[in-house]
Write a protein that binds this ligand. Sequence first.
Ligand SMILES: Cc1cc2nc3c(=O)[nH]c(=O)nc-3n(C[C@H](O)[C@H](O)[C@H](O)COP(=O)(O)OP(=O)(O)OC[C@H]3O[C@@H](n4cnc5c(N)ncnc54)[C@H](O)[C@@H]3O)c2cc1C
Length: 380
Amino acid sequence: MDLDALLAPVLATARAHAAEVDAEGAFPRHAIDDLRDGGLLGLTVPVEAGGLGAGPHELVTALSAVAQACGSTAMVYLMHVVAAGTVAAAPPPGRPALLRQLATGEKLATLAFSEPGSRSHFWAPTSQAQTDNGDRTRLKSRKSFVTSAGSAGVYLVSTLTSPELAPAAEAPVPVDVFAVDGDTDGVVVAGTFRGLGLRGNASAPMTFDLTAPDTDRLGQPGSGFGLMMEAVMPWFNLGNAAVSLGLAQAAVDGAVAHTSGARLQHLGETLAQLPTIRAQLARAGLELETTRSYVYTTATSIATADPAAQRQVLGVKAVANDAALRITDIAMRVCGGAAFSEHLPLERHFRDARAGGIMAPTADVLYDYYAKVLTGQPLF
Ligand SMILES: Cc1cc2nc3c(=O)[nH]c(=O)nc-3n(C[C@H](O)[C@H](O)[C@H](O)COP(=O)(O)OP(=O)(O)OC[C@H]3O[C@@H](n4cnc5c(N)ncnc54)[C@H](O)[C@@H]3O)c2cc1C
């Protein structure tokens, strides 16, 4: 697979539409179409299911490249890839074609986990499923943010397991995850999204009020928590870190280009020839390099099932999210009024970078969990 060649048209489209996606809060349809046409929506889906069979390294490379071009596109892409990986881990028996549909991009997927009741604690839905007629489940949940709301073809919806069904395994929270098609009666986009950044993400609230066949459940009753920890979190955390990495890279590139070109004519030098500016650029560049190393180290640990992977999966998102905050902040600072007045795309990267750390699991929750692992305490 020549990932660079597959990515080239996507990046060109994402770059061309990024400003408009941001200014108008428009869903990045064109770039997502290109991802689908290039087979990239199936990036990590196994080849036998119609995907490209790529691993964590390729995911980091693809997402960070897309994020450099357009943060909104990258986050929509990430949610799809993670949803597809979750379906691959526990395919719903009633939907044998679903994984292939996600691999080919016939359906765009996303996660509908966060609820107003449990906020960023995505693993603990408060909505309660009820068994209906023995082999169907009543779902009634309100979700607070769903990326690609209204544009996805399938939503992975979490809920507390019906009390009538014994959880398959002991878990801190008995959770079920159902695959629900976007055109099902009772699937409603219940608000709009107008975020500080990632404005094309359509991360709007949704309600799900429907009866689903039990065969649309991913895995056994009560197994959703394990699925979230084992199938969702490693890929989501790594991919979210990659998006932060891409935004940080774009900020450094933009800051270097601007400070190298902007001249102080009366002194006969550029901004980059000022030692204070260079010191700031050094901080940004070094933090970018160390973050990239940690992100790829984590990708290797996941790919090789290294015992360090569990700890690194917790650390990588927090590290990259916070690095992107600092790096985009430096870029804004060294580019001065040109950045502040939107003459450069840097303020978009600055705003987009603010989303990563508050997406669940949030950076602060991850620091807490990382330290729990360090000190041998249970996570839940
Ligand atoms: C752009 C965007 C896209 C999103 N897309 C999706 C999606 O596709 N699907 C989905 O399910 N959700 C999605 N979300 C929701 C997201 O994952 C979080 O659930 C949401 O941002 C939480 O917001 P809140 O205000 O409810 O957070 P709160 O839970 O109220 O958190 C507020 C603060 O408290 C901190 N905090 C909370 N608990 C702890 C703790 N135990 N220890 C330390 N600090 C803590 C948090 O870190 C945060 O700083 C998205 C959010 C955004 C912003």
